[in-house]
Design a protein around this ligand. Structure first.
Ligand code: UFG
Length: 342
């Protein structure tokens, strides 16, 4: 057994896929999650894939004492992957204080405990949202960080700054911040996947729910962008590919292979697809037609963004490997498996 890794938000979408990859690579995983936006049943899904039930503590990362107890109970945690955060852009506009509180107090607690508990390694979930609408594409890590379009986006920008300042002051601490582009799909087993709470905000869960008949039609937000077909462009990356980058990042930190205290990497495929293109790809991949209507732009959306993943490719030796078609097939298999569970 390799080191003990604490995964906050490990019952969530990206968290659960990362727990599977960590376990598959021999790590002992301790999940903390307050289950505010996830289900305890995810643990069964993880166990059915890996054959190992991860340790689980229902803890809110804003509660420092409770987190401290976790470090004491599972003595010897060497690294933390911090996913736990609120992530709905629209909700963050309505409830900014909730977002600043959840996303920043939890991070402050983690950073304090890293020093106090001799767990100096952090992998942090960041987002391509920090770039806003980049001036040049594909976007590299040294692109300007633009004023955030939402309180949620601002929490990711502020979080990166807090981490930078903390490591500057205490150089025994190390962090890799991973800027995710648009994660999609589910584990190939269909035992874990994305579990949107209520009406999905994100494109792919809305597409799969429409395909299966839960939603009447997909609303395509805008066809008047300055893109070849007028719909907005994103870099859709398979969630399992994304999860694997976390294992590599943990290993890099544990083996002191990082080149600076805070390293930042884009996690994307390097290719942008428009909403209409990915919809067509979904229909081709699954043979299922998705009803759609074109409506106005969604407030706060940017026109186009896709990653330059060269730095992650070179430094982490990581590459997004899964085709769009494959990832969409897994998203569909997952939606169908959810239907059988109801
Ligand atoms: N879209 C639709 N119809 C829908 C849902 C989405 O047309 O019902 C479009 C959006 O307008 C956008 C694209 O599909 O052009 C992707 O939208 P998502 O909501 O899936 O993803 P976003 O790119 O808007 O959001 C992602 C992350 C956020 C992050 C944001 C920053 O989910 O966490 O990037 O840009 F903040």
């Amino acid at each position: 057994m390799k080191s003990k890794i604490l995964v906050t938000g490990g019952a969530g979408y990206i968290g659960s896929h990362t727990v599977v990859e960590l376990q598959n690579n021999g790590y002992e995983v301790i999940i903390v999650d307050n289950l505010s936006n996830s289900s305890i049943n995810v643990l069964d899904g993880i166990t059915s894939i890996t054959g190992i039930k991860p340790a689980f503590e229902k803890v809110d990362c804003c509660d420092k004492k409770a987190l401290e107890n976790v470090f004491e109970k599972y003595h010897g945690i060497k690294a933390i992957i911090h996913f736990a955060a609120s992530k709905a852009v629209g909700e963050s506009v309505e409830k900014p204080l909730l977002y600043y509180k959840n996303n920043l107090i939890s991070l402050l607690n983690i950073l304090e405990l890293m020093g106090e508990q001799d767990a100096p390694n952090l992998v942090f979930s960041s987002s391509c949202t920090v770039y806003g609408q980049p001036d040049t594409l594909p976007v590299t890590e040294d692109a300007e960080v633009k004023p955030a379009a939402s309180p949620y986006g601002n929490t990711k920008q502020i979080a990166e700054e807090i981490i930078r300042d903390t490591i500057h002051a205490n150089n025994s601490l190390k962090c890799i911040a991973l800027r995710y582009f648009n994660p999609v799909g589910a584990h190939p087993s269909a035992a874990i996947g994305e579990l949107p709470n209520g009406i999905p905000n994100n494109l792919i869960p809305f597409v799969t729910q429409t395909a299966i008949g839960i939603r009447e039609r997909l609303r395509v937000f805008g066809n008047d962008y300055n893109t070849p077909d007028g719909s907005a462009i994103r870099d859709y990356i398979y969630v399992v590919d994304l999860a694997k980058a976390h294992v590599i990042s943990v290993e890099r930190l544990l083996n002191n292979k990082n080149k600076k205290g805070l390293e930042i990497f884009n996690l994307g495929t390097g290719t942008g697809l428009s909403v209409l293109e990915i919809l067509k790809e979904f229909e081709t991949a699954t043979g299922v037609e998705v009803k759609k209507e074109i409506v106005g732009r969604r407030e706060g959306d940017i026109e186009k963004v896709w990653a330059d993943p060269a730095l992650a490719n070179k430094e982490l030796g990581w590459k997004a490997e899964t085709s769009t078609r494959e990832m969409l097939k897994t998203a569909w298999a997952w939606e169908k498996s959810l239907a059988t569970k109801k």
